[in-house]
Design a protein around this ligand. Structure first.
Ligand code: TZP
Ligand code: MG
Length: 213
């Protein structure tokens, strides 16, 4: 897998306001339309419900041959055979996650500074998510990250960097020359009126700004 390419248009899920059927249909349509990776992100579900939902999402990502990352939970990742886990400051330490997952799974880490991004890379992270860059309704954010910091992080770590938080089609152009390999979006896709149109439009904008290798 070419991780840089795989991180180009990273869909983070959110079931807010959607019934399960609508949710799964939207994820399926996003995969069909060209997202390059899906992260299942759940904060309130019981372990059983998280597992059951992950099984259903995995069937979809497998159908389109797209990697599936699980937010926070190493056990759910292993239980459903997902491709990796995304962790932040309040989750298991990265070196522990690496030990549990082994060398072949993807570990994504959230970072807001050059120092924490470098530390994450040292501990075994495969990519860094930086944000929130713009105001977002999806998550309570106490501290935003500037585009300047985003650029400094990608200049100072050797693993791929993606931007997250309030990323909309019209904002992607402002991320040019930051060194990112892609963006992670929630509402811009999950709440799009026309996902089949939105995803290719986002890819078109991304094509202009992401580092080409
Ligand atoms: N982490 C930082 S911001 C954010 C997460 C999970 C939410 C981004 O959601 P949206 O709807 O793309 O602004
Ligand atoms: Mg987390």
């Amino acid at each position: 897998m070419n991780l840089k390419k795989t991180l180009k248009l990273y869909l983070v899920t959110d079931r807010q306001g959607l019934c399960d059927e609508d949710f799964l249909n939207r994820v399926g349509l996003a995969c069909k339309s060209g997202v390059t990776l899906v992260q299942l992100r759940e904060k309130e579900l019981s372990s059983r419900d998280y597992f059951n939902l992950a099984v259903k999402v995995k069937l979809i990502t497998d159908k389109y041959d797209i990697p599936l990352i699980i937010d926070d939970r190493v056990d759910i990742c292993l239980a459903v055979g997902a491709d990796g886990v995304h962790v932040g400051d309040s989750d298991l330490p990265i070196n522990v996650v690496r030990k549990l997952l082994g060398p072949n799974k993807i570990i994504g880490v959230s970072a807001k500074s050059v120092q924490s991004a470098q530390e994450a890379a040292k501990q075994g992270a495969d990519y860094i998510g930086v944000g929130a860059i713009y105001p977002t309704q999806t998550k309570v954010v106490t501290q935003h990250t500037s585009i300047k910091t985003l650029r400094e992080i990608s200049q100072n770590v050797s693993i791929p960097v993606i931007a997250i938080g309030g990323i909309k089609e019209a904002k992607i152009r402002h991320l040019a020359e930051t060194g990112i390999v892609g963006v992670a979006v929630v509402s811009e896709i999950m709440q799009a009126i026309n996902i089949a149109q939105k995803v290719p439009n986002l890819l078109k904008e991304l094509h202009k700004v992401v580092t080409k290798e």
